[in-house]
Design a protein around this ligand. Structure first.
Ligand code: KIV
Length: 270
């Protein structure tokens, strides 16, 4: 038997087990089969087909123009590069305005995009859609804190949850998502202390991006950590190409840094 075929595929229940045993979950975005293959080989546990593809692949200024057809296409091609990692795909802007359309669009990502979990942004405002999607046997990852699909409402890409009242709403949102059946939650651009409280308050895995080292796992936009970002790299990311000089080395360095809790450091946190 080849070494590769003995690698056990990561599932949503394995993510839960990792949280329980205190093993950090490593996640990165991918948008095509070759990158997905590099990430998978380096030991990334969860590969996210993020709607960040609107910016890093399509060169747009936000994720808002990304369509369900584009997400399904990128998810399908990413799935061909994966052997071990869990494949999570973003539901794009306005693909879950009500429970019925949410299930229809989640089904497109599962059937055409071969996603194994879908991610959507929001808390108590999306609970009906979350419950309906979960009731159809589709695992859900929530997304709280900075919600890129709501950038026009938030007035820009800013750290969220700095005030106590807003922080309490985010903690409550996390508890509600868990109760509605979510399998994991991404928390983006929130103070480290708030992320630590959320991670302790729920039993499902919390995956941070710009949320400090105390989350159950970390995710980054792969193009940011490979230093091929359009414009300025966000403060919470790090150029892993600097220390390694090649893509697979940079991804392995990121995997090790997340697993041994040396990334994110305080300079990548709020
Ligand atoms: O779209 C994306 O890449 C994401 C990550 C920033 C978590 O949602």
């Amino acid at each position: 038997m080849s070494q590769q075929s003995t690698r056990k595929h990561v599932t949503n229940t394995e993510l839960l087990a990792m949280k329980e045993r205190g093993e950090k979950i490593v996640s990165l975005t991918a948008y095509d089969a070759s990158f997905a293959h590099v990430l998978d080989n380096a030991g990334v546990d969860m590969i996210l087909v993020g709607d960040s593809l609107g910016m890093v692949i399509q060169g747009q200024t936000s994720t808002i123009p990304v369509t369900i057809e584009e997400m399904a296409y990128h998810s399908k091609i990413v799935s061909r590069g994966i052997e071990r990692a869990l494949l999570v795909t973003d539901m794009p802007f306005m693909s879950y305005p009500d429970p019925h359309s949410a299930v229809e669009n989640a089904a497109i990502l599962m059937q055409q995009g071969h996603a194994e979990m879908v991610k959507l942004e929001g808390g108590q405002n999306v609970l009906d859609s979350v419950e309906h999607i979960v009731s159809q046997g589709i695992p859900i990852c929530g997304h709280l804190g900075l919600l890129p699909q709501s950038v026009n409402q938030l007035g820009g890409y800013k750290v969220q949850g700095k005030e106590e009242a807003q922080a309490n709403i985010i903690i409550e949102d996390a508890k509600c998502l868990e109760q509605a059946g979510a399998s994991a939650i991404v928390v983006e651009c929130i103070p480290s202390e708030l992320a630590r409280k959320i991670t302790q308050a729920v039993s499902i895995p919390i995956i941070g991006i710009g949320a400090g080292v105390d989350c159950d796992g970390q995710v980054l936009v792969s193009y940011d950590m490979l230093d091929i970002t359009f414009g300025k790299r966000p403060k919470f990311s790090k150029n892993f190409m600097l220390e390694t000089g090649n893509i697979s080395g940079a991804v392995s360095a990121y995997v090790n840094a997340v697993k041994n809790k040396t990334f994110p450091a305080s300079e990548h946190s709020f």
